[in-house]
Design a protein around this ligand. Structure first.
Ligand SMILES: [Fe+2]
Length: 177
């Protein structure tokens, strides 16, 4: 294995040889994961107040990041609001795939297991109406979702347009088309 690292003389490399592959482990403590892994093995980071999406980041590539949201204990400050705050991710488009469980922030929006949402960059979004109130006092969320944020704009292809639920964008307004 060649490990590149910084020194006062610039970037140098050290070649190391191990008896077994260094990724042949039962755990990995870090921010980025070098290989595929079962999303259920991911250990979510939790906090006193709502944690921003980068704490859920598991992969990063050129122009995109992948985050995993897993069943977890939620924010434990007595005044915490466990669902995400409103945001408009101006730097990226955001695709969410709802894998399992109940995604608390999307309650009442028609989103269920198997749904995919696209929140284009700049589109302000957050918990659906009443989801904030419903989340207060919650101790844990039972949700599994995978998110891909892309730093170049995404466009809907033919297959995406064919299954588009035009009412979703209006779910924050509390009305259907
Ligand atoms: Fe978002």
């Amino acid at each position: 294995m060649l490990v590149r690292h910084r020194t006062s003389a610039g970037i140098v490399g050290t070649r190391m040889t191990y008896a077994t592959h260094p990724f042949d482990v039962v755990g990995w403590d870090g921010c980025l994961y070098p290989y595929t892994f079962n999303v259920e093995d991911y250990m979510p980071i939790t906090g006193k107040v709502h944690q921003p999406p980068p704490v859920h980041q598991v992969f990063e590539g050129a122009g995109f990041v992948v985050c995993a949201f897993l069943p977890r204990k939620v924010d434990y400050h007595p005044l915490a609001v466990p669902v995400p705050y409103y945001h408009s991710n101006v730097d990226s488009d955001e695709v969410m795939f709802y894998v399992a469980g109940d995604y608390e922030a999307r309650k009442g929006s028609g989103i269920g297991v198997g749904s995919v949402t696209l929140h284009p960059g700049g589109h302000a979004h957050g918990p659906q109406p009443a989801a904030v109130e419903a989340s207060l006092g919650a101790e844990a969320f039972d949700e599994t979702a995978v998110m891909v944020d892309t730093f170049r704009p995404l466009e809907l292809g033919e297959a995406g347009r064919a299954v588009d639920d035009g009412a979703y964008a209006w779910s924050w307004a509390g009305r259907r088309l």
